[in-house]
Design a protein around this ligand. Sequence first.
Ligand SMILES: NC(=O)C1=CN([C@@H]2O[C@H](COP(=O)(O)OP(=O)(O)OC[C@H]3O[C@@H](n4cnc5c(N)ncnc54)[C@H](OP(=O)(O)O)[C@@H]3O)[C@@H](O)[C@H]2O)C=CC1
Ligand SMILES: O=C(O)C1=N[C@H](C(=O)O)C[C@H](O)C1
Length: 265
Amino acid sequence: MKTRIIIAGPRGKMGTEAVKMVDDEETFEIVACIDRKNGGKTLNDIDGLPDLDVPIFEDPEKCFQEIEADVLIDLTVAEAGFEHTKLALLYGIRPVVGTSGFSKDQIAALEDLSETHGIGCIIAPNFAVGAVLMMQFAKTAAKYLPDVEIIEKHHDQKLDAPSGTAVKTANLLEETRQSKQQGHPDEVEKLKGARGADSDGIHIHSVRLPGLVAHQEVLFGGPGQTLTIKHDSYNRASFMEGVKLSVNKVLDLDKFIYGLENLLE
Ligand SMILES: NC(=O)C1=CN([C@@H]2O[C@H](COP(=O)(O)OP(=O)(O)OC[C@H]3O[C@@H](n4cnc5c(N)ncnc54)[C@H](OP(=O)(O)O)[C@@H]3O)[C@@H](O)[C@H]2O)C=CC1
Ligand SMILES: O=C(O)C1=N[C@H](C(=O)O)C[C@H](O)C1
């Protein structure tokens, strides 16, 4: 039997790519989409999406009530993605979430709901395997080089800053890095924000420009040396192997996973 998938955000840059990936995958089947602007239509009514007779729902709860599905793929914005994920868990549909911008409290609430109901849920700040490796290498380096700053660069349509990947990277660095404030103790920002955001003393700088897709550098400094660990996504296909892997893994999960690194062997 094919894995029955609902996609939230099918018109978005990631959603469009995910619809195509699911449609191309032999063992997957799109059974519905959630889209706040096209309730009552079908996918073949939407320009740029595959010619599929798949129903679109504006109301996520109605979708989960009426459609039998195994997995929800959410690629929207934090506010909507949180509600979609919460509802999916309540209806026993396993969420695979790429949406970024959740607060720590929202992540904790989804973890609690997933584990209380024993329904698997995967939230992956970045589905690109190379980005996951960049984060893991950086986590190792932070043990030896605790002076570190993150520069993340994205397309100028991105709504959240810093990126989910940068936040997750900082969290991973904090697991191995000895906590410290960086830079001169008397440094003064002559222009507000010049030193970026501060996560436990790690500075995060967000760049937004047309032409970019998704890029991050983790820069370490020590006496007489620097180390740069860098990853670039040049298109959204870079994320689809990770989405596919997550859909396959979530089917057998009864717990909450935050980060694709927890699925890689
Ligand atoms: N984990 C990963 O590897 C990756 C994660 N992302 C994340 O995925 C998400 C989507 O990214 P991307 O496709 O580039 O973004 P887009 O802006 O291209 O797409 C977002 C989609 O969400 C819909 N949407 C926006 N607001 C709402 C709402 N309030 N309720 C319901 N639907 C809504 C939009 O529809 P509308 O036209 O109605 O606004 C649109 O279809 C982002 O959070 C991004 O950070 C992106 C790339 C990789
Ligand atoms: O919005 C994006 O494009 C991306 N968002 C994710 C994030 O916030 O880290 C993942 C990737 O960087 C692309």
